[in-house]
Design a protein around this ligand. Structure first.
Ligand code: ZN
Length: 163
């Protein structure tokens, strides 16, 4: 194991203990429950958008499973609280691209963009663990999609009332 791999492993271990943002929210517009049956990981993810509907104000989650799945959720939450939905979309695509790379060399630009989430680069070498790392990201994607839909529905019903 080289120094970088050791550093990445430490980031993952720390994050799996820290569990950043764990706990459910009082108010959320979107929610998703995801299970990874091959490993037994699960997560309930909630998202609360800001008043403009274009930014993630708060993320809440409850989960259990292996340290990779829990660390990935923790790091993702840390990176995306307060981020715009556009930024989430960009990071989601970057994370998927890295995991789909099956451990091949990832360009530095992508790694810079992903910050601590780049630590999962080595996990991409192990096909059985890729789902562990992706679980939280898939849950947040579904939760934000639902939140955006609910936001639009709120605007639409408001219009109806005014007629
Ligand atoms: Zn797992």
């Amino acid at each position: 194991m080289n120094d970088l791999e050791r550093l990445y492993q430490q980031i993952i271990l720390d994050a799996s203990r820290e569990r950043h943002g764990e706990g459910l929210l009082e108010a959320s517009e979107g929610e998703s429950f995801q299970v990874n049956p091959t490993c037994g990981d699960q997560v309930k993810m909630q998202v609360h958008l800001d008043e403009t509907g274009g930014k993630i104000a708060e993320i809440g989650w409850e989960g259990s499973g292996c340290s990779i799945s829990q660390a990935s959720i923790s790091i993702m939450t840390q990176l995306l609280e307060g981020a715009s939905l556009n930024h989430f979309s960009e990071l989601y695509d970057a994370f998927r691209e890295m995991m789909d790379g099956r451990g091949h060399e990832v360009n530095d630009e992508l790694l810079d963009l992903l910050e601590d989430a780049a630590a999962f680069q080595g996990v991409a070498k192990f096909p059985a663990r890729i789902k562990c790392a992706l679980l939280g990201w898939m849950a947040l994607r579904e939760a934000t999609d639902e939140a955006v839909k609910n936001g639009d529905a709120g605007v639409a019903s408001g219009k109806v009332e005014h007629c």
